[in-house]
Ligand binder design. Structure first.
Ligand code: SF4
Length: 207
């Protein structure tokens, strides 16, 4: 039986999976609704957000491809569209003239400011939980994200779990902050490890 079949009595695990599927649909809908007024698709919004908040070194077409989980050619098409609309500009990123970086134009920055509240509806829904429920929910989600990372379903990108400075479970005696960041030499809570970090260096870049 399929968990999508409404006649089927689902297990708690299946109910959670279907609920998260509905949440994913809701997020897509929130992005579409927010982008509609500006003729921006969720993919374009995600690209603009990436170019606003990613480290300068990864603001490239390759970085966009990694963020979106698509090929370089597909990311290039997305960037071309945003460039044609005057929201993104290509520019030489450093001494190597072959490396072309991407930057938001002034108009692009203004557009991001208008769409980056796309998750407000989701924040409001989570805000209806009690503080204890929110803390528990946060913990559960971090575990889930990590598990999906291990399975290759979530990009390890700019997060501690793919960073060369990350020392998982370095403080087993401290359940509140069990991990360690060797870059700032400080303990990290579970919830701090799945956010994008400006100091991230991919583990593959070690040595
Ligand atoms: S540098 Fe940033 S991404 Fe890397 S371990 Fe430290 S906090 Fe995490």
């Amino acid at each position: 039986m399929s968990p999508f079949d409404p006649r089927y009595r689902r297990s708690p695990t299946e109910r959670s999976a279907v609920a998260l599927y509905r949440v994913a649909q809701a997020i897509e809908a929130l992005f579409r609704k927010r982008g509609k007024a500006f003729r921006l698709t969720p993919t374009q919004i995600d690209t603009l957000l990436f170019l606003k908040y990613a480290r300068p070194g990864v603001r490239t077409v390759g970085g966009v491809a990694q963020r979106l989980g698509v090929t370089y050619a597909t990311a290039s098409v997305v960037v071309d569209g945003l460039e044609r609309r005057g929201l993104v500009a290509r520019r030489v990123a450093g001494p190597d003239l072959r490396v072309v970086g991407l930057a938001l134009t002034e108009q692009g920055m203004a557009r991001v400011a208008e769409v980056e509240g796309a998750l407000d509806g989701l924040l409001a829904a989570i805000g209806e939980l009690t503080p204890n429920e929110q803390a528990h929910f946060d913990q559960m989600l971090q575990v889930l994200v990590r598990s999906l990372q291990r399975a290759g379903a979530v990009q390890v990108y700019e997060m501690c779990w793919g960073c060369q400075f990350f020392r998982p479970n370095a403080h087993p005696d401290n359940p509140a902050t069990p991990h360690h960041c060797a870059f700032v030499d400080a303990p990290l809570a579970d919830g701090d490890t799945t956010f994008e970090c400006p100091d991230f260096v991919p583990a593959t870049a070690r040595e």
